[in-house]
Design a protein around this ligand. Structure first.
Ligand code: SAM
Length: 270
C-alpha cells in the first residue's frame, strides 16, 4: 500500500506499526497489501535466506498441486483452508472449482486485513466464503455458522493447514488443533500441511529473526511435523521439501536452503 498513514487502518483493527504474518507473506509473494514495517521485516529475513521470495512461490505451488489432487484424484468437494492469507493467484477455490465447479471453500484467517481485502476477492461466489477466526480455537471454527452453512461434516473434507502451524507456539498446542479438526471430519477426509522446517543453519538463524521481529515462526524438525499427522499414513511421497511433493517439473538433484526451508505432506483419514 502506497502510504501507511493516509487511512485510518486502526479503525479496521489493522496495526501498521508492527509486521503482520499475512502482510509479510504478501510482501514475499510480491503483492500490494503490505506496509513499510512488513517490507522492513522481509529485508531482514532476506539477509539470512536470500531465497525467501522463492520459498513463498514453492508454498503457493504445492498448495495448487495439493488442491488439484484433492479435487481431482481424491474427489473432494469441500475445503477448509485455515490461515488462508490475503488473496493472491491460484487461490484454493479457483483451483478446486476449476477441477470441480461445485467445490465449496471456507477460508479462515485471524488477520483483519484478510477480511478487509479478501472478502470481495475470495468470497466471489456462493460456494466460497471468508471467516475471521483463530485456528487456536478450532471448536469455534467448527461451530461457526458460515462454516456449517458450506461444509457438510458428514462428507469428506480437505483440511488445509498450509503455512500456518509454524505460527503457533509450542504452548499453543498445534497437535490439539490438528486433532480437534480431524476428529470432526469423516473417513476419506484429507489433512494437508506445510510448515517451516529446521533443515539448515539458515533456518535456525531465521527462526531467531522471526521470533524476535514477528513474534512467531517455529522451525520444527521433520519428525515434529510428521507427528502432527497422528499416525495417519502419509500419501506418496511422504513429508518432503515442498518442491519434491508431486512436482509438475523436474527438480534439481541438489536442493538449496530455500528448497528445504519448508516441508509438506498430505494424509487421508482412514
Ligand atoms: N495458507 C496460505 C498459503 O499457504 O499460501 C497463507 C499462509 S500465510 C504464511 C499464514 C496465514 O495464517 C496468515 O494469513 C496469517 O494471518 C494466518 N494466521 C496466523 N496465525 C493464525 C491463527 N492463529 N488463526 C488464524 N489464522 C492465522
Amino acid at each position: 500500500m502506497a502510504d501507511d498513514q493516509q487511512y485510518d487502518w486502526a479503525s479496521l483493527g489493522i496495526d501498521v506499526t508492527k509486521p503482520s504474518i499475512a502482510r509479510t507473506y504478501d510482501v514475499v509473494l510480491r503483492g500490494k497489501d503490505n506496509f513499510e514495517v512488513d517490507r522492513a521485516f522481509v529485508d531482514q529475513i532476506v539477509k539470512i535466506v536470500p531465497e525467501i521470495y522463492d520459498v513463498a512461490d514453492y508454498n503457493r505451488q504445492i498448495l495448487g498441486r495439493g488442491v488439484r489432487y484433492l479435487a481431482g484424484e481424491a474427489g473432494l468437494r469441500q475445503f477448509l483452508d485455515l490461515g488462508s492469507g490475503l488473496p493472491t493467484v491460484q487461490n484454493t477455490h479457483q483451483v478446486a472449482q476449476s477441477v470441480a465447479p461445485e467445490s465449496r471453500v471456507v477460508y479462515v484467517d485471524n488477520d483483519p486485513i484478510v477480511l478487509a481485502h479478501g472478502r470481495a476477492l475470495l468470497a466471489e461466489n456462493e460456494r466460497t466464503t471468508v471467516v475471521t477466526a483463530d485456528v487456536r480455537k478450532p471448536e469455534e471454527i467448527l461451530a461457526h455458522d458460515d462454516v456449517r452453512r458450506l461444509i457438510d461434516f458428514e462428507r469428506p473434507v480437505g483440511v488445509m493447514l498450509v503455512g500456518i502451524l509454524h505460527h503457533l507456539h509450542d504452548d499453543e498446542n498445534p497437535q490439539r488443533v490438528v486433532d480437534t479438526l480431524m476428529d470432526a471430519v469423516p473417513s476419506g477426509s484429507h489433512l494437508f500441511i506445510t510448515s517451516f522446517c529446521a533443515s539448515s543453519q539458515e533456518a535456525v538463524d531465521a527462526e531467531v529473526q522471526y521470533q524476535g521481529l514477528l513474534g512467531t515462526g517455529r522451525f520444527r524438525t521433520p519428525e515434529e511435523i510428521e507427528g502432527w499427522f497422528g499416525g495417519m499414513e502419509l500419501l506418496e511421497p511422504g513429508l518432503v521439501p515442498l518442491p519434491l511433493w508431486r512436482p509438475d517439473e523436474p527438480v534439481p538433484d541438489e536442493l538449496t536452503v530455500g528448497h528445504r526451508l519448508m516441508y509438506g505432506g498430505m494424509a487421508r483419514k482412514p
